[in-house]
Design a protein around this ligand. Structure first.
Ligand code: HEC
Ligand code: HEC
Ligand code: HEC
Ligand code: HEC
Ligand code: HEC
Ligand code: HEC
Ligand code: HEC
Length: 206
């Protein structure tokens, strides 16, 4: 108890001096290593409309007052933390997909972040070492498609994005069916599989 209250005074002091600063998971995880001690609702959250950010009461022991922004925007309509957390740590499953070339986006340096034991960090990579939350800490579509691997545009998209979502990328101009097959067409073919899969047939050409 004594230790916490000294930290609390320090924190209050720093806040009084410095004004608003971004929330650092790196700093706070040293004090509270368990994600769900702050994100208390997440293990029973079944929909994207749930707000799983901490309530200000969680911060009270150490901070007089805090401001917690709304959750980040998402293009998903369906996602259940509860169901997916029941699968355990899915890090090794995503890692294996990358190793066997089944991961549908360029993996970049993502592979190195998948060997931890924290189930949350398999999807929210790098948040434990971050000093401010960012888009990079949220899972990308290719993570989901490791398991949800039946791609049938547009029908399979509805499972996560709901019906009627506008999913046509900006790099598909209206005449794209024609222009994409021109010999001088310049696009990065490694990016197409994410939405079209690696096996598809289209009007007899593929
Ligand atoms: C001390 C409390 C605390 C702990 C512990 C904590 N978080 Fe957070 N988390 C927060 C707060 C506060 C925010 C909102 C920060 C913001 O938006 O600036 C947040 C935001 C997030 C977000 C949303 C990111 C975004 O863009 O807004 C995710 C995902 C997240 N935390 C995951 C985790 C994971 C995974 C862990 C464990 C490794 C964890 N958190 C541990 C307090 C905590
Ligand atoms: C299978 C991947 C996956 C796992 C595992 C996962 N999340 Fe998430 N998380 C997501 C996705 C997708 C979103 C964005 C959609 C949404 O808001 O539900 C998200 C959003 C969030 C948000 C911000 C939006 C909100 O719901 O308030 C927080 C906070 C969060 N997750 C915390 C956690 C914590 C803590 C854990 C571990 C107990 C965890 N997540 C495990 C995929 C995951
Ligand atoms: C166990 C004590 C503890 C808890 C609980 C805690 N913090 Fe902190 N917080 C600290 C300490 C210590 C620092 C100072 C970190 C440093 O030295 O950089 C800090 C720093 C901060 C800062 C940056 C400094 C500033 O200007 O305010 C923010 C923002 C912050 N905390 C938000 C939160 C939020 C939001 C919660 C609740 C979700 C929370 N903290 C819960 C101990 C705590
Ligand atoms: C490790 C494999 C795996 C990964 C990765 C995965 N899922 Fe799932 N998902 C499942 C399984 C298994 C079910 C069936 C769970 C059930 O119904 O009990 C499921 C069910 C679903 C459902 C329908 C069930 C419901 O009620 O929500 C949606 C939507 C979904 N997942 C979205 C996602 C999204 C979005 C991601 C990426 C952020 C993702 N999944 C990543 C295995 C996975
Ligand atoms: C299993 C879940 C799942 C399925 C199925 C799925 N997506 Fe996604 N999609 C995601 C996730 C997760 C994101 C990124 C997270 C977010 O935007 O909140 C995303 C993002 C996107 C984006 C935005 C990309 C960006 O950079 O902003 C587009 C466009 C998209 N998906 C199109 C599609 C299309 C087209 C299909 C069907 C072929 C599809 N999605 C099927 C989970 C899914
Ligand atoms: C007139 C023939 C033709 C038609 C019809 C056609 N394509 Fe293509 N497509 C091509 C050619 C040629 C390429 C370039 C292949 C190469 O450079 O190896 C290509 C490339 C692609 C690529 C890049 C990845 C790959 O397989 O090389 C995707 C994705 C693609 N087409 C999707 C589609 C879709 C979806 C449709 C149906 C809506 C379609 N195409 C219809 C001729 C066609
Ligand atoms: C983010 C998801 C996404 C990615 C990535 C993507 N597409 Fe598509 N693509 C779509 C959607 C959605 C449609 C269907 C548009 C519609 O029905 O209006 C489509 C349609 C097409 C068509 C049919 C013609 C048309 O204009 O409707 C072709 C050809 C095509 N894509 C080629 C490609 C090629 C080549 C790549 C890689 C460079 C690629 N796509 C990457 C989502 C994607």
């Amino acid at each position: 108890m004594k230790r916490v209250s000294r930290i609390a005074i320090l924190a209050w002091w720093l806040c009084a001096l410095g004004g608003a600063a971004p929330f650092s998971h790196r700093v706070h995880l040293k004090l509270r290593p368990d994600c769900t001690s702050c994100h208390t609702t997440v293990t029973h959250s079944t929909g994207v409309e749930d707000n799983n950010l901490p309530s200000p009461a969680v911060c009270k022991p150490c901070h007089e007052s805090v401001s917690i922004p709304p959750p980040p925007p998402t293009r998903l309509v369906h996602f259940s933390h509860e169901k997916h957390l029941q699968l355990g740590n899915i890090g090794p499953i995503i890692a294996k997909a990358i190793d066997t070339n089944r991961y549908l986006s360029p993996a970049g340096d993502l592979r190195a972040n998948l060997s931890g034991t924290n189930a949350c960090l398999a999807c929210h990579r790098g948040i434990d070492t971050s000093d401010a939350v960012s888009r990079a800490n949220m899972p990308q579509m290719a993570d989901c498609l490791v398991c949800h691997n039946k791609i049938e545009l547009p029908f399979s998209c509805e499972q996560c994005h709901g019906p009627g979502a506008r999913l046509r990328p900006a790099d598909h101009p209206p005449e794209f069916l024609e222009s994409h097959s021109r010999p001088d067409a310049k696009f990065d073919k490694t990016t197409c599989a994410l939405c079209h899969g690696r096996q598809f047939r289209c009007l007899g050409c593929h």
